[in-house]
Design a binder for this molecule. Structure first.
Ligand code: CP
Ligand code: NVA
Length: 330
């Protein structure tokens, strides 16, 4: 094992457009190979066999991120080790620095779900192994890789150039809370030349520092912000939302539900706003009925369960890129 400074995946902002599109294409390749032959390609098979375990340090609940990561580690012949908030000393009885130094001395990778983003950067700062952000208050890179795999599958493009997925000029409309999932998704959109429109109630829009980061992620995309959902939906190819009450915001639930009244995604909203005829719907899950009507969530335009499954292939590509290949994404 090398003890040189490892490369971490804390946000899609850490990746060049070429690296980001490569992770998506690798995920697509592993998915295709598995579906065709019941096995992942030889070049990654057993890549974690005989290696130290992969630590999953989760201070919050998780279905998709935990299951996809544990499953991907197992597919690579490795041992996932789930450490929930009541299992380790992290943040309660031991500093982030000491925890990071100790756990990284015994593992191949730390996959961490945290509250403040500084917790995951703090782990990375003192780690001798790659740290992968499994959701912080600011970013959700594994979700964005899966989301772009889903968009790539829904809008396949032929003969696109290296560093692109051929999605230039497409439009993603986010209706709801401007949160961690949106920030990395929008950064990914800017890296791929995809336009972004965001409708959020006043006070729940994109913070200035995030707007700067999104806009600095690419020059070919536009970011449109409004508090009118129908305006954001205009000419959109993909409508996306997430919960209005993220983990950690439970005390604000009542206030938030009131603020977001009228933001539920419905077929009428898409039609009245003028979404493109072949629009698709995405949601990272877990979903609550208030943010999207059943007619959309379970309807023919919904990609949500394909998107959820794609978390597995995204996790596989991320572990391949950051652990097996030590951050050399090729
Ligand atoms: N989308 C997502 O990250 O889901 P979990 O919180 O269940 O991991
Ligand atoms: N925005 C949500 C995403 C959960 C996957 C949260 O932070 O709770």
């Amino acid at each position: 094992r090398s003890y040189s400074t490892p490369r971490h995946l804390l946000s899609i902002a850490d990746l060049t457009p070429k690296e980001f599109s490569k992770l998506v294409l690798n995920a697509a390749e592993y998915k295709k190979a598995f579906k065709a032959g019941g096995s992942i390609p030889d070049k990654i098979k057993g890549g974690l066999l005989g290696q130290p375990a992969v630590a999953l340090m989760f201070s919050k609940r998780s279905t998709r991120t935990r299951v996809s990561t544990e499953s991907a580690v197992a597919m690579l012949g490795g041992q996932p080790m789930f450490l929930g908030k009541d299992d380790i000393q992290l943040g309660v009885n031991e500093s982030l620095r000491d925890t990071s130094q100790v756990i990284s001395s015994m593992t191949s990778c730390m996959v961490a779900r945290v509250g403040p983003h500084s917790d995951v950067t703090g782990l990375a700062e003192h780690s001798t192994v790659p740290v992968i952000n499994a959701l912080s208050e600011d970013f959700h890179p594994l979700q964005t890789i899966a989301d772009f795999l889903t968009i790539h599958e829904a809008f396949p493009a032929a003969n696109f150039k290296d560093g692109s997925l051929g999605l230039e000029g497409k439009k993603v409309a986010w209706i709801g809370d401007a949160n961690n999932v949106l920030f990395d998704l929008a950064i990914g959109c800017f890296k791929m030349g995809v336009n972004v429109s965001v409708a959020a109630p006043k006070g729940y829009g994109i913070p200035d520092r995030m707007r700067d980061l999104i806009k600095s992620s690419g020059s070919a995309s536009e970011l449109f912000e409004t508090d009118v959902p129908e305006e954001a939906v205009k000419n959109a190819d993909i409508l996306v939302t997430d919960t209005w009450v993220s983990m950690g915001q439970e005390a604000e639930a009542k206030k938030r539900l009131e603020a977001f009244a009228g933001y539920q995604i419905t077929n009428a909203m898409a039609k009245n706003g003028g979404a493109n005829a072949d629009w698709k719907f995405m949601h990272c899950l877990p979903r609550h009925p208030e943010e999207v009507h059943d007619e959309v969530f379970y309807g023919p335009k919904s990609l949500v369960f394909q998107e959820a499954e794609n978390r597995l292939w995204a996790a596989l590509a991320a572990l391949d890129g950051f652990v097996l290949n030590k951050g050399n994404i090729v």
